[in-house]
Design a protein around this ligand. Structure first.
Ligand code: UD1
Ligand code: CA
Length: 451
């Protein structure tokens, strides 16, 4: 059976005062991606044919983020925050132009799973006009309560402030996610009034109005974790924890070994191959791809990097954006790599900074090597050929090219290009004074012994 087209309306107009932040609440990240991005990704994964995002006034940064994450999104502004029904109606043009199902999501509720939205759609297909995503709340205070009818359908949603003591005892709560299959939803929502404790236009009143119109209202249940709403920073941290736990489980299900899963932090877009081993305390920022058979040793910080098949990284390595490690590359302790492509089998095993350049296959970068890539104004590139050997404690002053197979003597400051297979040495000659140390010791000991 083909389902009707789906419009998703994302409410993001709230200021989020309890975050105490200059940044609008929905731009705060979970796993490196703004909460709004998570919700728009959900809209994408359920195959919404239209997405409308309702923002508040002066939220150009929210608008920009929405368009970045979902270029086809239509953005509407709700000028005064007078209730969730009014917020949805800010997108009335999108709703009126759309023939099909409408699902309302909150941008501050970022953990809902695709399968849950599919269950809401199935309930619509089974004949419901309105479906509410509900959950059993550990503490229902503050939530709208779902009041069911004798036939198991949903009778009404009672907001906390308007509930009687009996209704308040109900633990079945509204997550805020509502799905509609009613013709002309905009005119139904237009009939919602504000005669309630808060004087707001409650979207939840749509349930009773739809029932009066002859529609059936239903509840679909999900775990409380999934519908956690973020109002303050402690909930942001809780949501992060739930997301990370899920992501770690998924990584292991997909064939990665996490020795201490609870110490590994992923971004929402981290990609891991099979038989990847990740030791404790590894952090993945956005934009990381790790291919099969890679080992990431303990205590690494990795972002914007590609780590190809069989490579080894760490312990204590830092890979920054543009690091592209070829197959079987070894990056060891206290090595930082930024914007450098490394060919197959290249090694930098200890204490180095490789920034802006290219390292050929099988090249060996000694301990303490620095790519001096910045002159205070511009960044310059260092290119090292295949099989080159850079002796320890060398400063490579870019722009610089070191030919394939060349040697750089330890401790050199290299400022000029080095030809293939040559030796470049920049070092003052060593002097040696025979017996000097022994004489010195005797002299000093005598001096110290005198009163
Ligand atoms: C709402 C529900 C409640 C549910 C709870 C779940 C209503 C009337 N109540 O209550 O049943 O249990 O969510 O968290 O819907 N928003 C706007 N414009 C507005 C008002 C709100 O965009 O004018 C947005 C907010 O930014 C937020 C969401 O809608 O993302 C919910 O609004 P909020 O005021 O937090 O609703 P609750 O009182 O928590
Ligand atoms: Ca809320």
């Amino acid at each position: 059976m083909t389902e009707p087209p789906l419009l998703i309306v994302v409410l993001a107009a709230g200021k989020g005062t309890r975050m105490k932040s200059a940044l609008p609440k929905v731009l705060h990240p979970i796993a490196g991606m703004p909460m709004l991005g998570h919700v728009l990704a959900l809209a994408g994964s359920v195959g919404a044919s239209g997405v409308a995002v309702v923002i508040g006034p002066d939220m150009d940064n929210v608008r920009a983020e929405a368009l970045k994450r979902h270029p086809g999104a239509e953005i509407y502004t709700q000028h005064n925050q007078i209730g969730t029904a009014d917020a949805v109606l800010a997108a009335r043009d999108a709703i009126a132009a759309h023939a099909g199902d409408v699902i309302v999501l909150y941008a501050d509720t970022p953990l809902i799973e695709t399968a849950t939205i599919e269950r809401l759609r199935s309930a619509l297909s089974a004949g419901a006009g309105v479906v509410v995503l509900g959950f059993q709340a550990a503490d229902p205070a503050g939530y709208g309560r779902l009041i069911t009818a004798a036939d198991g359908s949903l009778a009404t949603i009672r907001e906390d402030k308007d509930a009687s003591p009996d209704e308040r005892a109900v633990r079945l709560c509204n997550s805020g996610v509502l799905a509609f299959r009613v013709p002309d939803l905009a005119s139904l929502l237009g009939r919602i009034g504000n005669a309630n404790a808060k004087g707001e236009y409650y979207l939840t009143d749509a349930v009773e109005i739809a029932r009066a119109d002859g529609h059936r209202a239903m509840v679909v249940l999900c775990p409380e974790d999934e519908v956690l709403g973020v109002n303050a920073r402690d909930q942001l941290a809780t949501a992060e924890g739930i997301f990370q736990a899920r992501r770690r489980r998924a990584a292991m299900q997909d064939g990665a070994t996490l020795i201490a899963p609870e110490t590994v932090w992923f971004s929402s877009d981290t990609r891991l191959g099979r038989d990847v081993v990740i030791e404790p305390n590894v952090f993945f920022g956005p934009g990381v791809v790790v291919e099969d058979d890679v080992r990431i040793n303990a205590n690494c910080h990795i972002e914007g990097a590609t780590v190809r098949r069989g490579a080894r990284v760490g312990p204590f390595a830092r890979l920054r954006p543009g690091a592209d490690l070829g197959p079987d590359v070894h990056i060891g302790n206290f090595v930082e790599v930024k914007n450098v492509t490394m060919g197959a089998g290249a090694k930098a095993n200890h204490l180095a900074y490789l920034g802006d350049g290219e390292v050929g296959a099988k090249a060996n970068i000694g301990a303490g090597t620095i790519f001096c890539n910045y002159d205070g104004f511009n960044k310059h590139r260092t290119e090292i050929g295949d099989g080159a050997f850079i002796g320890s404690n060398s400063s490579l002053v870019a722009p610089l090219k070191i030919g394939p197979g060349a040697y750089v003597g330890s401790g050199s400051v290299i400022t000029k290009n080095v030809a293939a297979d040559a030796l470049a040495l920049e070092r003052s000659p060593q002097e040696e004074r025979e017996g000097w140390a022994a004489k010195f010791r005797t002299m000093m000991a005598r001096r110290k012994a005198k009163p």
